[in-house]
Structure formats: structure tokens, C-alpha cells
Design a protein around this ligand. Sequence first.
Ligand code: ZN
Length: 175
Amino acid sequence: MKPFSGTSLTDHALTQGEVLISMWHVKAEYHWDAGIAMGRYLEGLKAGKITGIRCPECRRTMVPPRAFCELCFRPLDDWVELSDTGKINTFSISMVNWDASRRRTPEVPVVVEIDGASPGMCILHKMGGFADGIGDNIEELKDLLKIGMPVQAVWKPADQREGSITDIEYFKLAG
Ligand SMILES: [Zn+2]
């Protein structure tokens, strides 16, 4: 392989004006598009609603909505507003954060099967709003929580929502 020819730039050349340099601060702004289905889902969350979509062929109601049915391979556009209630499909009581750092109090990630959607259609969120002290106590949480329990979304105030899954603060036990 041929070695590169030429002369490397030195600090001296750069700082003493021996070569032409130009510097500026890049001010780039980015937008990203979540796509039709996820975009409408996020818009719904901002409005305090959980949006699903129906497939006319397999009759499934899916959440989060998607642009096409992965079973029937057909485009979807039958939007449906679902309830903001559901049932615990599964959950965990975690003493570590996403970055593996240790927590002082438990976090309860939960998979919620949303009412009105087809069986197994779930969203991932977290549990909260426990009665005094229970949310800080692993043993009490283990005794309290069971798969199949009804839950309800607790929303942020409308003026604080931004079109994100965190527009739901958490799910609380219902009833
Ligand atoms: Zn389908």
C-alpha cells in the first residue's frame, strides 16, 4: 500500500495563521417523525386517550396501533379509542434502575393488558399510587400485587402532557 504523502498540520500552523481555518458553532435542529400509527398514538396520549387500531380481517384490536397487521399483512386505518384501564399481565418489583444502579425504594414495571384490545395486547408502564408506605416495601408489594388485577392509568395534568408514554404517570390498582 502506498503511504500518504504530504505534511501533517502542526499546532503552530493552526494557531499562527499559516493555514486557512474556519470555525463556527453548528446550530442544527432535528425533527423526527414517529410515523402514522405511532404518531397518532402519541397524539392520543397527549389528549389523555389510549388509541388502538383494528384489523378487519383477523378482527384483532391492537395497541399500540401499527400501520399494518403483522398477521394479515394488510394496511390498517380503523382507529379506535380504548379505555385507560386494563389488567396486570405481568409485573416485576425492581430494586435497580435501567442503568443497573441500586434504588432505595422499589420500582414496579408492569405490562398492562388494555381493556378493549385483543388478549395479549399490552403496554409497558409502571405501577404507582400505592397506599401509604406499601410502595416502599418489597414484602408488602409482593403480598399485594397479583397478575390479573384491574388497573387504571393516572394521567399528568393536560397542560403538562407532551405526546409521550410518560403522559401517563403510572397505573394504579383500580376498584
Ligand atoms: Zn389482521
